[in-house]
Write a new protein. Structure first.
Length: 76
């Protein structure tokens, strides 16, 4: 399983990467909404973990963009 983490807080991001990695989940971590948009266009993920308050583009805007493309990707 591969997850995309979109989180700009270093402490939260590092903790999630470690915890998910310990659970056997590969994690790609980006720190802005725009970088999340690029990652979602470049890779296939099993799930996306989105922060709401992100630089450049909010998590809600990223989710809206994803759903407008008819993506069924699970998002937390």
């Amino acid at each position: 399983m591969r997850a995309l983490l979109v989180e700009d807080d270093d402490m939260i991001g590092r903790g999630l990467v470690v915890a998910l990695g310990d659970a056997g989940i590969a994690v790609d971590w980006v720190k802005s909404g725009n970088d999340g948009e690029v990652a979602l266009g470049d890779q296939a993920y099993s799930v996306a973990l989105l922060d709401l308050m992100l630089p450049e583009q909010s998590g809600m805007a990223l989710l809206k963009s994803l759903r407008e493309r008819r993506s069924q990707l699970p998002v937390i």
